[in-house]
Design a protein. Structure first.
Length: 275
């Protein structure tokens, strides 16, 4: 298991965006896992709030150039990369002028969710998976962080199920309490159906609330990690009802060894929960 390949897909990562529990874990965990001898790749959205000059982002021409169609509209996929100076770690950024050029993350100047956050989510998820294929890199584990990654598991289990790069991948989702009030666009499920996603499998996001997106990610994952101490009762119940191998809340420190062991548990097909 020493050379297992771990793909990290994270909504926010320090130092590119402010520190939260999710963005800090998304920064520290991949480095620590890499230092333990595993191969890693890390992906995140290139939100316009990220200072490209300060963090020395640059486009990877050989990976860019693909168009992704969402709701009958083509969107160019641009891939950028940056290194974290204090770690031997590169981060890949999914970019597109229409979705990510705006100088904000998820909300507008009136503190309202952007109307196209659903399409940004779909573009991000598909962009990561298509780019990993271009890299010619087959992950053993795909580890998702944040609600913008919530559709990754269902896309892997359906749209990319027969792809040789993902056919053997196990999906782990870390569930956090960093969400939003209200709902994304009500046509989100319809747009996913256009990608060939089974309508029955996404009935839970006919009203795409934060809790509904959590439920969607849970139902298509192979293992779960409780990333926040105080999840809502609805999400906690969804985790319990799933029957999936689950690692309980790991706290702020000392979690790397436990998560590494959890990776092995999932790869070996063991069904017990991890405390």
């Amino acid at each position: 298991m020493e050379k297992a390949r771990i793909l990290y897909i994270s909504q926010h990562i320090v130092p590119f965006l402010p520190a939260t529990q999710m963005s800090s874990v998304s920064r520290n965990l991949p480095q620590a896992v890499h230092e333990k001898g595993r191969e890693i790749r890390v992906f995140t959205p290139r939100f316009g709030k990220i200072n490209e000059r300060r963090h020395q982002l640059h486009e990877v021409i050989r990976l860019s150039g693909m168009n992704l169609m969402i709701d009958d509209t083509d969107h160019p996929l641009v891939i950028k990369v940056a290194s974290i100076p204090t770690a031997r770690m590169q981060v890949y950024f999914i970019d597109n002028d229409e979705f990510f050029k705006r100088k904000a993350v998820l909300r507008d100047a009136k503190d309202e969710l952007f109307a196209d956050n659903d399409e940004r989510t779909i573009f991000f998820a598909r962009g990561v998976l298509e780019t990993v294929k271009k890299l010619g890199w087959a992950p053993d584990i795909v580890h998702c962080h944040g609600w913008m990654t919530s559709i990754v598991p269902v896309y892997l289990k359906q749209m990319f199920a027969k792809d040789p790069y993902f056919a053997e991948s196990k999906i782990i989702t870390s569930i956090y309490d960093e969400g939003f009030e209200g709902a994304l666009d009500s046509r989100m499920a319809e747009k996913m159906k256009q990608d060939g996603i089974d309508p029955k499998s996404i009935e839970c996001i006919e009203n795409p609330t934060f809790e509904a997106l959590n439920s969607l990610s849970i139902q298509s994952s192979d293992g779960l990690i409780v990333g926040s101490e105080n999840l809502s009762s609805e999400t906690a119940k969804a985790i319990e009802d799933s029957g999936l191998p689950t690692m309980s809340y790991h706290g702020e420190e000392g979690y790397v060894g436990d998560i590494n062991n959890f990776y092995d548990t999932i790869l070996e097909g063991k069904a017990e929960a991890v405390s």
